[in-house]
Ligand binder design. Structure first.
Ligand SMILES: [Zn+2]
Ligand SMILES: [Zn+2]
Length: 227
């Protein structure tokens, strides 16, 4: 089998555990060299909001999350699995913009395991626009889910763009609400987990979370593959 990222042949050294858990082998789609270039976030001194490391001791929220907290009166408990480093940027580019759907498998199992650990009533993926759907052919967030029941309750408003990559930071923060929530009454007192591929400024996820808070949910948390 070849690595989906570098095309090198993957050498599989079978251990006893692999033989008994043959499922693990089937999931290996990227070689160890490639996998080793992605960097996990470490859990030390992380911000209680966005999960970013390096928060000084005794300070629960980083400056950005404190601003969100002032704006909304609540903050999002977010966790990103990986740093958005060069390797991850390259990965996202090939997966999303070149539309290489096979690449979803690199993180599918790990990402889905983290999602399932959160005791949410509903897993809600951030949607893509109709235009993106038509050109790419898939929602990159849904592609990362494996055996995770999810509800596509968020819809992108017509003429709004969710593509944030061409905007400056300031422009992104001022973006108006791009989503609508279908049948908001069903989320009353429910626990919501929002799922996205990348957390950049938090703007998109805060817009989405705001709709669930307005619907009187019990809580909203969020998770992304990268941040
Ligand atoms: Zn590789
Ligand atoms: Zn933060």
């Amino acid at each position: 089998m070849k690595c989906v990222l570098c095309n090198k042949e993957i050498m599989v050294r079978l251990t006893l555990r692999d033989i008994f858990w043959s499922r693990e082998i089937l999931n290996e789609v990227a070689c160890k060299d490639c996998v080793g270039q992605f960097a996990h976030w470490q859990a030390e001194n992380h911000c209680q909001g966005c999960g970013r490391g390096g928060c000084t001791k005794g300070q629960e929220l980083c400056d950005e999350c404190r601003r969100w907290n002032q704006l909304y009166g609540w903050y999002l408990h977010h966790r990103g699995l990986y740093h958005y480093n060069l390797k991850m940027k390259e990965y996202m580019h090939r997966y999303k913009f070149a539309g290489d759907y096979r690449l979803r498998k690199v993180f599918q199992t790990e990402f889905s395991t983290h999602i399932q650990r959160v005791a949410a009533d509903y897993v809600i993926p951030i949607p893509v626009t109709t235009v993106t759907w038509q050109t790419r052919g898939f929602n990159q967030v849904v592609g990362l889910l494996r055996e995770v029941p999810y509800l596509p309750a968020l819809k992108v408003k017509a003429r709004e763009k969710v593509n944030q990559s061409s905007k400056t930071r300031q422009e992104r923060l001022l973006t108006p609400q791009p989503f609508t929530l279908e049948m908001p009454e069903r989320f009353k007192q429910k626990k919501i987990l929002l799922v996205d591929d990348i957390y950049t400024t938090g703007r998109t996820l805060y817009h989405a979370a705001d709709l669930f808070h307005q619907a009187d949910c019990a809580w909203v948390k969020s998770i992304s593959l990268a941040r």
